[in-house]
Ligand binder design. Structure first.
Ligand SMILES: [Fe+2]
Length: 444
């Protein structure tokens, strides 16, 4: 449980609370400060890169490890952390070449859809897990899915469908897919781009899905260095591909944006006249010359507006503070949201000097913060109470690393008053590294 003693050549993702943990821990009946709302029955699980041994070539390339906390009737039943037992983790041989979708790290996100819990990484198939975080196996949707699966699928709260895409290193480079509410793959549509670009996330409205073809492009020198095989490319251009949900490739149109990079979309929606609005954590540029081992660039909240027939998006920066991990109430996915929750990352995400969450109220233009003081927050998710329709009702939940005791808590905040003292702080027996994305899985 001790922190890794950082040597001068230790990359930032192996320092402080980005460093991996080396033990799998199981603990029951966790101590709680405050009170867990009794209606919170389910599993909070979160994924992250946690190299099993040695060094990973990049922050994003370590073996996936899930951290989960089960809540029931106001109690914190258990905490578990488990590596995802991928083929790669088990030392099985990879197919030669850049992509083997059956052999990934499964390190980026963990979701539940159609009764399956799945650990995701963008260059491989989903890995199914059980609620105790044991690995079940790959999910290729009955043999129908033959591309990778993004770590950021979108589940439509109206239809229950899950929309996603996969990208690879051979034409058409991107393919869009949709799965129905029962988990059957309904549709796969190739989305050709000029080159393999790093497409980490995408957007969904009630009518469309939107792909981000941005100038972080496959880069052989980076691949040969054993890091993420992508670099900024000044000549590539930047555009959004808008595809009508349920329609074919003939409905695809491309719209220009200013060159930039976006890992994460907060949400997207359509106005009455059909204008598409997309809120994103926006990087002015990323990885010029390839990914850096010493710093990580900063993102700000930005809005793209695309009126019907437009060939170029209108752009509006909504704030100048650095944020990442933007999330909204999941029931608002594809609808007109007015609240975005995010982590205040400071000027360099790698520095781990940040301590607060920020809640943007886009109607008033104001934002409020929760400052954890000595705590280092990871991504927080919004949880809506059963039967509630208010966007801001409910709770925020996420891990916070406590520097003073070198361990972590699962913290629950009141989403309407994030600045207030936490409703509950669940003490975990170990450090939870910063990691990437997680979700609350009610009833799981
Ligand atoms: Fe992500």
């Amino acid at each position: 449980m001790s922190q890794v003693a950082a040597k001068a050549d230790t990359p930032f993702w192996e320092r402080g609370n980005l460093a991996p943990v080396h033990e799998e821990v199981t603990a029951f009946d966790l101590p709680v400060e405050g009170a867990i709302p009794p209606e919170l029955n389910g599993l909070y699980a979160r994924n992250g890169a946690n190299p099993r041994e040695g060094h990973s070539g990049h922050w994003f390339m370590g073996d996936g490890m899930l951290h989960g906390v089960s809540l029931k009737d106001g109690r914190a039943e258990w905490y578990r952390n488990r590596w995802v037992r991928t083929g790669r983790f088990n030392g099985e041989p990879r197919k030669p070449g850049m992509s083997d979708i059956r052999s990934g790290t499964a390190n980026t996100n963990v979701i539940a859809h159609a009764g399956k819990i799945m650990a995701l990484v963008e260059n491989a198939l989903p890995v199914m897990m059980n609620r105790e975080l044991d690995t079940v196996g790959l999910n290729d949707y009955g043999g129908k899915l033959d591309t990778s699966f993004t770590a950021h699928p979108k589940i439509c709260p109206v239809t229950g469908e899950m929309h996603f895409f996969g990208y690879g290193f051979a034409p058409p480079f991107q393919t869009y897919h949709a799965v129905d509410a029962s988990g059957t793959l309904m549709r796969s549509i190739p989305i050709p781009t000029k080159a393999p670009t790093m497409m980490h996330d995408f957007a969904m409205t009630s009518e469309h899905v939107i792909f981000m073809d941005l100038p972080v492009v496959f880069d052989m020198p980076a691949a040969q260095r054993g890091t993420m095989p992508f670099a900024w490319n000044d000549s590539y251009g930047a555009r959004l591909g808008i595809l009508k949900r349920g329609a074919g490739i003939e409905s695809l149109r491309w719209v220009e944006v200013e060159p930039c990079y976006v890992f994460h979309v907060a949400n997207a929606f359509e106005e009455a006249d059909g204008t598409i609005v997309i809120d994103v954590a926006w990087y002015n540029e990323l990885w010029r010359g390839g990914p850096s081992a010493t710093t990580f660039d900063k993102a700000v909240l930005k809005r793209w507006r695309i009126p019907p027939g437009a060939t170029k998006a209108q752009e509006q920066q909504l704030d100048d503070r650095a944020i990442e991990f933007p999330r909204v109430n999941e029931n608002m996915a594809g609808s007109h949201h007015s609240i975005v929750y995010s982590v205040d990352t400071g000027t360099d995400l790698a520095s781990q000097r940040y301590t607060s969450l920020r809640k943007y109220d886009l109607k008033s233009g104001n934002s409020t913060v929760h400052d954890f003081n000595t705590g280092l927050p990871s991504e927080f998710v919004h949880i809506t109470p059963e039967g509630s329709s208010g966007e801001d009702d409910g709770w925020l939940m996420g891990f916070v690393y406590d520097r003073t005791r070198n361990a972590s808590d699962l913290v629950i905040l009141d989403a309407q008053r994030i600045e207030s003292k936490p409703i509950a702080r669940i003490g975990l027996p170990a450090r939870v590294p910063q990691g990437f994305h997680g979700n609350w899985m009610p009833g799981v």
